[in-house]
Design a protein around this ligand. Sequence first.
Ligand code: F0G
Length: 456
Amino acid sequence: MKTIIEPFRIKMTEPVKLISPEERVAALEKAHHNVFLIDAEECCIDLLTDSGTGAMSSQQWAAMMLGDESYAGSKSWKKFEATIKNITNIKHVFPTHQGRAAENILAATTLKKGDIVPNNSHFDTTRANIEYVGAQAVDLLCAEGLDPALDVPFKGNMDLDKLQRCIETHGADKIPFGMITVTNNTGGGQPVSMANIRGVKEILDRFGIPLVIDACRFAENAYFVRQGEAGYQDRTLLEIAQEMFSFADAATMSCKKDGLANIGGFLICNNDEWAEQFKNILILREGFPTYGGLAGRDLEIIAVGLMEALEYDYQVYRHATVSYLGDKLKELGIPHVKPVGGHAVFLDAKAILPHVPASEFPGIGLVNAIYLEGGIRCVELGSVMFGRSDANGNEVPAPLELVRLAFPRRVYTQSHFDYLVEVLAAVWKNRKNIKGQRITYQPPFLRHFTCHFEPL
Ligand code: F0G
């Protein structure tokens, strides 16, 4: 059979409303042309993020009813801890309310001003938590990862020579840990090979530096390893994940991704001293160490979700949805980051709208055109999100102008994707008429969430 079917039936539905073109124009105007300020109800397909937006399985809903809400040492905590230990074989497990809380505890306890943290590419909350304590987040992505059109595997790999040089330049005592993000969200959802994780670990080990994995999409990464790296074709995704975590001294996790949960995260480590510090800050900020800001029912849901994310049929389907869109974009000739990532397709707004300079935010022009055409919400990853001001207050554009279409897990069917393709084809056809945007209001930081635009 050629058709890869969704490996589930739908037991409960949630209405999506296709609002009229006039209503879309009004909604975007009311939101000051920033889709973050549009009501969810005004989006018929919402591809803003794959984080916390997935559908739970019947097993997860059933597990929720088993939630033990005891403050300390609940049965749900035991299941949560046992599942994570099974996947990672890491000694200390701390639940957190989401990924950034784990990052915050890690940064607050292990970093100080002037420290350096290398990564393939830091996600924005990871970077922000590192910078908040005065340390520096350094991206050491391989050169292939910086070229959107280059179609090669494992573009999320770290450049090992750059890592070696980074340590030699700054000194190991300035680097309390190194990180690797699987898959590399900031760089297009691109996977990291097992060989690369092993290589990173070997270099860090030589200098006595621990490795922390940002594991948000560890199961999607495991699938890429199985499909694309020699020697893994006969291994289960669980075995591949176990090998990945065997190189980690610690990990941060957002269970809103490959935990298949709507909320939750964790921080894990082998080092007893780190664990002692994590525990104390966790109690201060999140909650008692056996629930860490989550309800017992959330712990149950995550325990089931982490294992479901490692089911082979689920990952085959998940990757088929992303590739399906990628293949259609290739047919239509619409420029995008190649190969497609694990959780998202990234359109290349710079190449789609060459007539719109970076100073006029082509990504926002494209995001808004997609919304107006079909009520589909996506997000700019370009000069609005990553642009900076220089010493004279002039805008320095981001290196790439991307638009991310992120796919909630188990939520949309093939006809939703067919509709998406039709909308993108219409936007592509009309691309010469898409205009740039001007910022009319912006807050001092993380401006993309709340700033206002005006079409030029
Ligand atoms: N690390 C990565 C690689 C992420 O993609 C995210 C979240 C986090 C850490 C933080 O986790 O949201 O649970 O606090 N990414 C979401 C996204 C928000 O849309 O890509 P969180």
